[in-house]
Write a protein that binds this ligand. Structure first.
Ligand code: BGC
Length: 295
């Protein structure tokens, strides 16, 4: 009996540890030399008292007067409706209502060691969408089976981000008023097919193909993302969808070409060693389990 209890406790601790955000607690904030205030895993939750918590404030100058960015907090023209659909800006979090303290939204996952909104356009949640486009790895018209797990190897369409050079899903921000399904298609067309620079005819062919292929997708994840840009007052959330080409007849035909925020694109073999941007490896693992693929 005692043994079971200890095991359960260890499991719970491991689960809690896994859930604590880590990628937004690295020492230096991206694209800056601002060093985050150091906090331990235990100090992350807001309800744990950290009397000396005194993080630096950072708001990138890049955001000033940008049509896609909020004004600074305190600006008299800025009257956000937190936790609501504010005009066509979605200030609701997928994780439920967040706390607003002294006029600032609080990161629902806890402390990050930096206040302000860093380089994120919106205070509070910043919404993205990620398409996970998968196919089976084939050789001589047969699925490639991994000899250790005896399971077929899955591939996904990966892009290399221009900003940090890390491999990632070809996702992007949901534009104000845009439906997630539209963002998923637009981002894939822009980043994995370079639709913005394709000829009009090619662009029309690609758009039709993606529209048809993206009709059948399954939701893999919806919620907070452990993104290196997150701060105490601004954070990333996403909705990730899997679009799987079982027989390779649809995506197999795609002529992948990197565009927009992507500098490279490729079909990447999936296994437990993939190291991707933010929480993208976790989303991929969910797809792997669902499709019973090698990991
Ligand atoms: C990326 C998405 C990512 C999100 C959260 C966005 O900038 O384009 O792929 O899921 O940030 O990290």
């Amino acid at each position: 009996m005692r043994k079971i209890n200890i095991k359960t406790i260890i499991l719970l601790v491991m689960l809690l540890k896994r859930m604590v955000h880590t990628k937004c607690r690295g020492s230096t904030y991206p694209f800056s030399d601002i060093v985050r205030f150091k906090i331990s895993d235990e100090q992350v939750p807001w309800n744990v008292c950290v009397p000396d918590y005194d993080p630096p404030e950072y708001n990138s100058k890049v955001l000033l007067n940008k049509p896609w960015a909020d004004p600074p907090i305190g600006d008299c023209s800025f009257k956000p409706k937190w936790n609501e659909l504010d005009g066509n800006i979605n200030r609701k979090s997928h994780s439920g209502a967040y706390t607003v303290l002294n006029g600032r939204p609080l990161n629902p996952e806890g402390r990050t060691g930096i206040k302000g909104r860093g380089v994120l356009g919106k205070w509070g949640p910043n919404h993205a969408a990620d398409p996970i486009v998968t196919r089976w790895k084939m050789e001589h018209n047969r699925k490639v089976i991994n000899s250790t797990t005896n399971l077929p190897v899955l591939q996904f369409c990966a892009i290399q981000r221009k900003d940090c050079k890390q491999w990632a899903l070809p996702g992007g921000m949901v534009d104000p008023g845009e439906k997630v399904s539209e963002t998923l298609q637009r981002e894939f067309l822009e980043e994995a097919l370079n639709n913005m620079e394709a000829s009009k005819d090619q662009s029309e062919i690609d758009t039709k193909m993606i529209k048809d292929f993206f009709k059948e997708g399954s939701e893999i994840y919806k919620g907070y993302v452990d993104d290196p840009r997150n701060t105490d007052n601004a954070w990333m959330e996403t909705v990730a969808y899997n679009f799987h080409d079982e027989n390779g007849h649809h995506v197999g035909k795609f002529d992948l070409k990197a565009g927009d925020d992507a500098q490279n694109v490729k079909w990447m073999d999936i296994d437990k060693h993939i190291d991707l941007y933010a929480s993208h490896s976790n989303f991929i693992k969910t797809v792997v389990d669902k499709l019973k693929a090698h990991w």
